[in-house]
Design a protein around this ligand. Structure first.
Ligand SMILES: Nc1ncnc2c1ncn2[C@@H]1O[C@H](COP(=O)(O)OP(=O)(O)OP(=O)(O)O)[C@@H](O)[C@H]1O
Length: 322
């Protein structure tokens, strides 16, 4: 059973179509919802939580209709909003206990669950300090804790790494991954930073202008392609592009299909001997072989090309065609 499914979901604001007949099924696990600013990610989450009404179309969360079961849905679902929702002059404990009570937990279990959850997000030692004195990373963790405190089956995390430095971002991503793997809670996480989602998500959904661009497993997005990325350097004074082009021409003369790919060459793998041909050609031309590895699709290519094909115009430009 999908945790979220939408059918022809449309939301218009005056002059703006935020969601445009979006039809989508999201399964269990950690799913990344990717889109540029204004793509419609937050609007979708708000509709799924029953906080916004769709203009037309249908949506179900955990098999419950958002139009008729919004309150029940919120009992089973946690939500970490994008913007700051914290009260500065209360402690993390008081805030999270309050949110647990709002979610319907009795006082004793609200306190117990709050202590557990703050420990999981790494704030146990600091739990009685006022939130107003917290760093951005700590504030994001409090927001995450309140989304988890009532033991939901599904959490929506809206841009959880916003404003974090690289270390804080890595820690937050690890935490999100653990929510999915250790606690078995399904996660839908939005981000405009594609690399993050490659790291932690099982599935990726890409929306653009309120429409579905692509939905598939991360493995499918980043699968290995039958193309070698090759980078060479010259030991003489010739520049890096010159070395790349000399190598490209020599490989093409040996019957390989080669394209320029920035500083590198993209070489189609004809068979197992392709690796040897590349190595021997570099040696013959007295070029240093900096790298030679099989290429992976990148999620970013979905945005650049409008479809997840590895061949952009730049990459298709042939060098040294015989
Ligand atoms: N309450 C609203 N009134 C009018 N327009 C809105 C409203 N909420 C969203 N929009 C518009 O709908 C579009 C989608 O917005 P949304 O916030 O869902 O995008 P997003 O993908 O979450 O982007 P961001 O990461 O910038 O929040 C945008 O053009 C936005 O300006």
């Amino acid at each position: 059973m999908p945790v979220v499914s939408t059918r022809d979901l449309t939301k218009t604001f005056p002059g703006v179509t935020a969601l445009d007949r979006l039809t989508l099924d999201v399964g269990t696990g950690v799913t990344g919802l990717v889109g540029a600013n204004g793509a419609g990610k937050s609007t979708l989450i708000k509709i799924l939580l029953g906080l916004e009404r769709p203009t037309s179309g249908h949506a179900r969360v955990l098999d419950l209709d958002v139009a008729t079961h919004a309150q029940e849905i919120r009992r089973y679902v946690g939500y970490m909003p994008e913007h700051d929702c914290l009260v500065p002059d209360v402690s993390a404990t008081d805030f999270v206990v309050h949110m647990a009570r709002m979610a319907g937990l009795p006082a004793a279990s609200a306190r117990e669950r709050t202590a557990d959850t703050l420990r999981h997000v790494g704030l146990y030692e600091e739990r009685y300090r006022l939130v107003g004195g917290y760093s951005t990373g700590m504030r994001q963790r409090v927001k995450l804790a309140q989304a988890l405190v009532h033991d939901p089956r599904l959490v929506f995390l809206d841009e959880p790494t916003n404003g974090l430095d690289p270390t804080g971002r890595d820690e937050m991503l690890d935490l999100i991954r653990r929510i999915g793997t250790e606690f078995g809670i399904s996660v839908i996480v939005t981000s405009h930073l594609l690399g993050e989602l490659e790291r932690i998500c099982d599935h990726v959904v890409v929306i653009d202008g309120g429409r579905l661009l692509r939905a598939s497993s991360t493995a499918e997005f980043t699968r290995v392609t039958p193309v070698l990325t090759v980078e060479v350097v010259a030991f003489d004074e010739a520049g890096p592009t010159n070395a790349r082009d000399r190598m490209g021409q020599a490989l093409a003369a040996r019957g390989l299909r080669v394209r320029a790919d920035g500083r590198c060459l993209a070489v189609d793998i004809a068979d197992e001997r392709t690796y040897d041909v590349v190595r021997d050609t570099a040696a013959e031309l007295q070029l240093g072989l900096v790298r030679m590895h099989q290429r992976r699709h990148r999620i970013a290519e979905v945005f650049r090309d409008g479809a997840a094909t590895p061949e952009s115009e730049e990459e298709s430009q042939h060098v040294g065609a015989p």
